[in-house]
Design a protein around this ligand. Structure first.
Ligand code: F6P
Length: 491
């Protein structure tokens, strides 16, 4: 099992005098002005959850979009600050974007074109030339910030996600000596899906400037290789799982991302979390009830309406659960400038209202919806008071909520109801696996979880914990860095 200390030592020994630069759109710490006070939050999402522990272990610089309204005030002239603010361990370098850049690069091309293109959930991608132009410009802007951070030193650059598909190409042009790794946190669709993108070729060429390109699961690597094969002339080496293009080789590998299992499992046992459990029980009147939970960014890929409809079906089919079970759905609003996200919010509100209208009694509200961003002690408290947590994504690269839930259940109790269409379902095979489009099956999984004898819960959870403990986030980082000796550029 890899620990934080093992990774620290590995990096110190292997990469002497080499800077580690992580680049992502989302920043790990965001400062906002609220009621006259500056508060620092950790944004929700897989990138921050996974990469922050690695940066704490390895040190280095994280380059990201400064999106908080008090970010300028809390950074120096170059946009730099030391984080975490309470115990600095690495540098955050903020990149400033104009409103137009944010609109077209983040909301437009990244989240109205690439996001629906890669998630097969039947939302049409929207391609606008203006968005694409700004996407290119912003990727160039990120490249300039990264080059400023590298100066003339040795470095490894680790790029995150779909917002920055062109960044490796810009970096390679200026610094061919720097090893470039990119991890694609969302699914890669099959070539028939991807080919509708008018900029498919440019995007692929951007990604093929990487020395290593990572996906969560092998299936996504294969989709990527097929996409390249069908888009232009490049040599796809299926044996080595790599692509040769323009005299350069990109290794394509699967690395299943994870969480800091030990840290979460330890924190879950703290008195602070015990206290939060009581607070949540008081706040939402959960005492004496069996609680089903969901925790997601409000995104149409997460299958939140499907989950609520399945819960409605559970109450209809098994009236004995009425007044005994509560569904607590928590999640922060996300990408609300985009119409489909506003529509989703309305749809979720309507479903909650409908279920509550149909089944509520004087002393019981079947569904509670809280639009809140939770910090770790509360997240773990939420999981610990759950009879079952539902992760019902319609399509998801990995899904770290599932792994966080498992890490929190040191008591080996509780059930995970997990969509088959998440990367996580490949590893977490003793969860209750469901097709979230199948309402009846998801309702039955809730019934099974609510009836499951303690011994079976323990057996299943024990296996889930062993998997997440072994494949923790430090192991993920080590596996990626350990591929570096196989690339042509030397560190
Ligand atoms: O995992 C996909 C992802 O886009 C991550 O990049 C990010 O952490 C998360 O979803 C949250 O999305 P956003 O950064 O748009 O709030």
């Amino acid at each position: 099992m890899w620990t934080k200390k093992d990774l620290e030592e590995f990096v110190r020994k292997q990469f002497v005098d080499t800077k580690l630069i992580v680049v992502s759109n989302r920043e790990p710490f965001q400062h906002n002005l609220k009621e006259g006070k500056i508060e620092c939050i950790k944004p929700a999402g897989g990138v921050v959850t996974a990469l922050d522990p690695i940066m704490r272990a390895c040190g280095g610089t994280w380059v990201a979009f400064g999106s908080g309204n008090a970010d300028h005030q809390t950074s120096d002239k170059q946009g730099r600050l030391q984080v975490p603010p309470e115990n600095p361990q690495y540098t955050l370098r903020r990149v400033w974007l104009t409103k137009e850049e944010e609109e077209r690069y983040y909301y437009g091309f990244s989240n109205e074109a690439l996001w629906p293109l890669c998630h097969v959930v039947y939302h049409r991608p929207v391609f606008r030339t203006d968005d694409w132009e700004v996407y290119q410009r912003v990727n160039q802007k990120f490249a300039e910030a990264v080059l400023e951070e590298i100066k003339n030193d040795k470095a490894i650059v680790f790029v995150q996600d779909y917002h920055l598909a062109l960044l490796p190409k810009f970096l390679k042009e200026s610094r061919p000596d720097i090893p470039l790794i990119q991890f694609w946190h969302i699914p890669w669709p099959n070539s028939e899906m991807f080919r509708v993108c008018p900029y498919a070729e440019e995007l692929l060429k951007g990604l093929l400037a990487n020395d290593i390109l990572g996906f969560h699961i092998r299936y996504q690597c294969n989709n990527f290789l097929d996409t390249v094969d069908r888009t232009f002339e490049a040599r796809v080496d299926r044996e080595r799982t790599s692509v040769h293009f323009g005299g350069h080789e990109t290794l394509v590998r699967s690395f299943g991302i994870s969480v800091d299992f030990e840290a979460l499992s330890t924190l879950a046992q703290s008195s602070g979390v015990e206290q939060k459990i009581k607070e949540l029980q008081d706040e939402y009147a959960l005492h004496g009830k069996k609680v089903l939970t969901g925790l997601d960014r409000l995104d149409y890929t997460k299958g939140i309406p499907e989950r609520l409809m399945a819960y409605g079906r559970l109450l209809e089919k098994y009236p004995e659960y009425r007044e005994k079970v509560v569904f607590l759905q928590i999640g922060a609003l996300s990408r609300v400038h985009i119409q489909v996200y506003k529509d989703l919010n309305d749809e979720v509100n309507a479903l909650v209202e409908q279920i509550n209208w149909k089944y509520s009694t004087d002393s019981w509200q079947p569904v509670i919806l809280a639009r809140r961003q939770l910090a770790y002690p509360e997240i773990l408290a939420l999981f610990r008071l759950s009879e079952a947590t539902l992760v019902t994504s319609l399509h998801d690269g990995m899904n770290l909520v599932a792994k966080e839930f498992v890490a929190s259940r040191f008591d080996e109790m509780g059930s995970l109801i997990l969509s088959r269409f998440t990367g996580a379902s490949r590893e977490l095979d003793t969860a209750l696996l469901v097709n979230p489009f199948d309402r009846e099956q998801t309702a039955e999984a809730m019934h099974q979880a609510l009836q499951m004898p303690a011994e079976e819960q323990k057996k299943r959870m024990n296996r889930l914990r062993a998997v997440v403990q072994e494949n923790n986030i430090y192991n993920w980082a080590w596996k990626i860095l350990n591929e570096l000796p196989r690339i042509a550029v030397t560190v």
